[in-house]
Design a protein around this ligand. Structure first.
Ligand SMILES: Nc1ncnc2c1ncn2[C@@H]1O[C@H](COP(=O)(O)OP(=O)(O)OP(=O)(O)O)[C@@H](O)[C@H]1O
Length: 460
């Protein structure tokens, strides 16, 4: 009876809580019924206290509603069910310290497993993020190579490794790839992934419950700590301070630290300079938005993984139009997949134009020839009217060629339309500009850099 009663209660909790909260706090509970008492076993005091604080009242009230007069008493404890057939069907745990009193934080100088914050109790690596399914391209080559080295030689290659770049470009994917790589080489290695926000939450909890020693110990006992989105520490001085100490501790012990943020570490506002300077002690690498060939390769790879037959020209069509980040490409592919399954049609360019109409339109609205001219003029500190004028001096002609090439790359205007917009030039002039810029990108570092910067500015 207790099984179905708990199942009813648990599915109500599931529908009320976020998936993350449910998985973190409720799913690990084991359940046992004895003499009209429902024992809920938490894996450690941390979970027990949290459930007691946040959910116990709700659990009792659901049980009351489900069981009416037959409502059992509820006891929340640390430990596991003693029977061979645990009611909750979770991993059978040995009966542990079945006491509602929290165990002492320290045990022979080390924290007992049961006192560790939940985020460090079990590995939370995303198994599907690996180096194998991370598509390499110019934009992420360096970051991937550095990450691979760290996976092969944690604590010894680059420590810390700092990966920065815009949203949806694969930072988290790389973090997990390193983690999975380390564990594959050394099973049992303690590798933990978390967002900076989680560090703050754990610390708040630890302070509130007088468990700061246990908190410190758990963070310091890892082989590798993978912290995503450290910009979250901005203006949280107190947490920065604690993180600074944890960070130093790990580096001194040759324990690997990898960090990510959305901007270059020195540019994270509201983070203490000494912390920022530590961030740069190892290696700092950027992930850039992927260029066209990488976007095509990513789309083809993701389509293959999902068993979607995506013709090359269609992948090219999508990649040419959606330029901001990989998550957007994945979203587009999902949309195409759903449309295919609903209509049963083949994936053609026309089909994709229709399925992704709004996404493509939104991107095109962002990048107009007008916009390109203004951005290029501003970048080179010249006037927009210079770009459309007949002036031929190099300081004007080169930016003009670059602007025309960008217009061809980033909009769907034809060569004659672009020529018109640049002071009524012939379409062969535009074609020549595109070829010239392509050649210069290969041979001149400066133009390559300008092209990349402008592309990035225009694509966000
Ligand atoms: N080079 C790549 N190859 C394959 N998949 C990629 C690549 N880059 C990104 N992705 C995929 O794109 C999605 C978004 O990537 P991810 O979550 O790692 O981005 P992020 O940089 O951490 O973004 P945010 O800063 O918003 O968290 C993921 O599903 C990831 O697998």
């Amino acid at each position: 009876m207790s099984k179905s009663l708990w199942q009813q209660c648990s599915s109500r909790l599931q529908s009320e809580l976020s998936m993350q909260h449910f998985n973190t706090w409720i799913r690990p509970l084991q359940v046992e019924m004895q003499n009209n008492t429902l024992f809920l076993y938490a894996p450690n005091t941390y979970v027990m206290d949290w459930v007691k604080d946040k959910y116990l009242e709700q659990i009792i009230s659901f049980l009351r509603e489900e069981a009416g007069d037959g409502q059992p008493n509820v006891e929340l404890k640390v430990g596991g069910v003693s029977s061979a057939d645990p009611v909750a069907g979770n991993r059978a745990r040995k009966p542990a310290n079945n006491s509602s009193t929290p165990a002492r934080a320290k045990h022979n100088g080390r924290t007992k497993e049961s006192d560790r914050p939940i985020s460090l109790l079990s590995s939370n690596l995303h198994k599907s993020y690996t180096f194998d399914n991370f598509v390499e391209g110019k934009s992420n080559q360096l970051a991937r190579a550095a990450a691979l080295q760290v996976a092969e030689n944690p604590g010894g290659a680059y420590n810390p490794l700092f990966i920065y770049g815009g949203t949806g470009l694969g930072k988290t994917h790389l973090l997990h790839s390193v983690g999975n790589g380390i564990v594959a080489r050394k099973p049992g290695a303690k590798v933990y992934y978390l967002r900076a926000e989680r560090f703050v939450q754990d610390m708040v909890y630890a302070m509130k419950h007088n468990k700061i020693d246990a908190f410190k110990e758990s963070y310091r006992s890892v082989d590798a700590l993978l912290i995503d989105d450290v910009q979250f520490f901005a203006r949280k001085e107190h947490f920065q301070d604690e993180f600074f100490h944890t960070f130093n501790w790990l580096l001194e012990g040759n324990q690997q630290v990898i960090l990510t943020s959305d901007v270059y570490p020195k540019e994270i506002e509201g983070v203490d300079d000494r912390l920022k300077s530590r961030f740069g002690w190892g290696l700092t690498v950027a992930i850039e938005p992927p260029e066209l060939p990488t976007r095509v390769a990513i789309l083809e790879r993701k389509a293959e993984e999902r068993g979607i037959r995506l013709p090359h020209e269609v992948a090219f069509f999508i990649a040419k139009r959606l330029r901001s980040h990989v998550r957007e490409l994945e979203g587009a592919l999902n949309r195409v997949a759903v449309n295919v399954s609903l209509t049963g049609r083949d994936i053609t360019i026309d089909f994709v134009k229709e399925a992704l109409r709004d996404l493509i339109a939104a991107q095109e609205k962002l990048v107009t020839i007008d916009n390109i001219q203004r951005t290029v003029a501003e970048y080179y500190n010249i006037k927009v009217s210079d770009l459309t004028s007949k002036r031929r001096s190099r300081s004007i002609a080169r930016p003009r060629q670059l602007a025309m090439a960008l217009a061809k790359e980033l909009t769907s205007h034809s060569l004659p339309e672009i020529g018109d917009a640049f002071g009524g030039r012939d379409h062969t002039t535009v074609l020549h500009a595109c070829r010239k810029i392509k050649e210069l990108i290969e041979s001149e570092h400066e133009i390559q850099e300008d092209h990349r910067n402008l592309n990035r500015t225009l694509s966000v």
